[in-house]
Design a protein around this ligand. Structure first.
Ligand code: 1GP
Length: 255
């Protein structure tokens, strides 16, 4: 079995920086040159890992974009698969998402069985992840595509017991997901309840648009914050830096 070098480096980043910043790149949303610029910025401002993937993947650019990213940075590239089609041997690792908030067996175990032999062949680091959709206002692509119902926003204890069950099942990390471009990000109460209940690290993402919101997720107990959508709309360098600095609570502001 492949060593967990990426996972270990992520944990080290949370210890030294307070929390880790994960930049999400959806290949459908960027042209090639834009991906290179983003990866260079990620390097400049100490992004801890680049997640790549999307819920639809209308384009066929996954391999190409990963290779382009890896030409300009050593930041780990982790596949965040929106479907079983999103696998690439050029990445460093893959979030092996089990959609534990849902009751659709294909997304709990079915797709995993289909993908497992390919992952072994590619020698990718596989990070077992308890993926939980949290209600976020309007319905999301993730909820629609997986035919699952998100956990209600006003039921933090429901999220907490799902995370606990996943921890007992041996999953390495949990991901609280509001959905890309979500109207409302994951509630503070949900993050706090999960953080008080489990010892595994917590990723929070979906609909985070300001440094203040990103910081509030860390203060509530998030170990990692994922941001993608807002950078497609706001490509300002200082905004990018401020988002990352807000998550790196232990390190001085980047200049
Ligand atoms: C989506 O959690 C990620 O899967 C990031 O969400 O694109 O809204 O930042 P945004």
């Amino acid at each position: 079995m492949k060593q967990h070098t990426v996972f270990t480096s992520l944990l080290a980043a949370t210890l030294s920086k307070g929390a880790g910043f994960l930049l999400l790149i959806d290949p459908d949303k960027y042209e090639g040159k834009e991906v290179v610029i983003l990866a260079e910025r990620a390097e400049q401002y100490s992004v801890d890992a680049i997640l790549i993937g999307g819920s639809l993947m209308l384009s066929n650019r996954l391999d190409k974009y990963i290779k382009m990213i890896k030409e300009v940075t050593d930041i780990p590239v982790i596949i965040f698969p929106g479907s079983i089609m999103q696998v690439s041997g050029y990445a460093d690792a893959l979030l092996y998402l089990s959609l534990v908030s849902g009751r659709n067996p294909e997304f709990l175990i079915g797709n995993h069985v289909v993908a497992a032999p390919t992952l072994k062949h590619l020698d990718l680091e596989v990070i077992s992840t308890a993926y939980m959709l949290i209600e976020s206002g309007r319905s999301t692509s993730a909820s629609f595509m997986t035919n699952t119902t998100p956990i209600p926003r006003h039921k933090p204890e429901v999220a907490a017991v799902h995370a606990l069950a996943a921890e007992y099942m041996g999953m390495k990390i949990t991901y609280l997901e509001a959905g890309s471009g979500a109207e409302l990000s994951v509630p503070i109460e949900t993050i706090q309840a999960v953080a008080q209940t489990v010892d595994i690290p917590i990723i929070v993402g979906g609909g985070i648009r300001t440094p203040e919101d990103a910081r509030s997720k860390v203060e509530a107990g998030a170990d990692f914050v994922v941001v993608g959508n807002v950078f497609e709309q706001n490509r300002d360098n200082h905004f990018f830096r401020d988002m990352i600095d807000a998550v790196h609570t232990n390190t001085p502001k980047t200049v």
